[in-house]
Design a protein around this ligand. Structure first.
Ligand SMILES: [Mn+2]
Length: 274
C-alpha cells in the first residue's frame, strides 16, 4: 500500500497564515523522505521510505482559489480510487472540507476529530458562508458519523451538538475520566467500515503547541493525544487530516517538532503493522 500526502495550502475565511504551515510540512516531509533514502544503515523508516508520495496543490491565482473546493474534491476522489492511504495536509480547517464532501452521506464512515472547536458555530457574530468555524454546516447531504475529542467549547448546547456529532468529549471530560471516550471510540470504530482522523492543531494545549491562530487553553498534552490515538487506531483507518498549523506563531519550532514527530510516528504505525 502506498500513501499520498496531499498538500492543500488553502487558508481563506479564517486562520490566514495556516497555508504556510502546509507548505512547511511539505518541505519537512521531502527532507525526511530524502534523508531516509540516503541512509546507509538499517532503520525503522525503511518500512515506509519508498511508499510515501507528495502531491502538492497550489493556490496562487484567482482561478485556483475559485475552484478550491471542486479541485480538492476531485483530488480526494483520485486518491481514494487509487487505493492509497491519504494524508491531507491542509491550511486552515476549512481546507478539510473537500474530504468531508467526498465522505458525506456515507453512514459507514467514522471521522474522529481532534479539535478545540466544534465547527458548527452559528453565533451572532459568525459568518454564514463557509468558514473554518462552521464548515460542518456546509457539507452537502447527510453528515457521516463524527466524534470530537478534546474540544473546549463552553457555549454550544448538548442538543445542538447532538444534531451533528455522534459524540463530543471535551478536554475537561477527558482529563477527569477518559474511559467513556475510549469506550465510545472503540464501539464506533467497530461499527465503521473506514475511519478518518482529523487533527486540528488547536486541540493541543497552547503551552505545547503555540502555532495556531486561535489558541484555546486547557488543551490536550501530546501524550494524552497519543493515548487517544492508540484507541482509535486500527486497520480501518484510511486517512489522516491535519490543519491550522500557523508557523508564524511558533516558538523555537516547538509546534513544528510535534507535527513532524507525529507524522513519522503515524507512518510507522501504518507500515510496521501491515
Ligand atoms: Mn479548531
Amino acid at each position: 500500500m502506498n500513501t499520498t500526502c496531499v498538500i492543500f495550502p488553502f487558508d481563506l475565511f479564517g486562520s490566514g497564515g495556516a497555508a504556510a504551515g502546509a507548505k512547511l510540512l511539505a518541505d519537512e516531509l521531502r527532507e525526511i523522505l530524502a534523508d531516509n533514502r540516503r541512509e546507509t544503515v538499517p532503520t525503522r523508516a525503511q518500512a515506509y521510505a519508498d511508499k510515501i508520495h507528495l502531491r502538492e496543490m497550489h493556490f496562487e491565482t484567482l482561478d485556483d482559489l475559485e475552484s478550491w473546493r471542486r479541485k480538492g474534491h476531485q483530488t480526494v476522489r483520485r486518491v481514494f480510487n487509487s487505493g492509497d492511504f491519504m494524508f491531507w495536509i491542509g491550511g486552515n480547517h476549512l481546507a478539510a472540507l473537500p474530504v468531508y464532501d467526498e465522505l458525506t452521506n456515507d453512514d459507514s464512515v467514522l471521522i474522529v476529530q481532534f479539535d478545540a472547536h466544534l465547527d458548527i458555530h452559528h453565533f451572532r457574530d459568525c459568518v454564514e458562508t463557509p468558514s473554518h468555524g462552521n464548515f460542518l454546516l456546509h457539507c452537502p447531504g447527510k453528515l457521516m458519523p463524527i466524534v470530537n475529542l478534546g474540544h473546549r467549547d463552553l457555549l454550544l448546547e448538548p442538543k445542538y451538538i447532538g444534531k451533528y456529532y455522534r459524540g463530543a468529549f471535551g478536554a475537561a471530560e477527558l482529563a477527569i475520566d477518559p474511559q467513556p471516550a475510549l469506550d465510545a471510540i472503540k464501539r464506533q470504530t467497530r461499527a465503521a467500515s473506514r475511519v478518518f482522523l482529523d487533527f486540528d492543531c488547536d486541540v493541543f494545549d497552547p503551552l505545547f503547541f503555540p502555532a495556531v491562530s486561535q489558541p484555546v487553553p486547557f488543551g490536550l498534552e501530546p501524550l494524552r493525544l497519543l493515548h487517544l490515538l492508540d484507541a482509535v487506531w486500527s486497520p480501518k483507518v484510511a486517512g489522516v487530516m491535519f490543519s491550522e498549523f500557523d508557523p508564524g506563531r511558533d516558538r523555537d519550532d516547538r509546534s513544528l517538532a510535534i507535527l513532524v514527530w507525529l507524522l513519522e510516528y503515524l507512518f510507522l504505525r501504518l507500515y510496521e503493522s501491515r
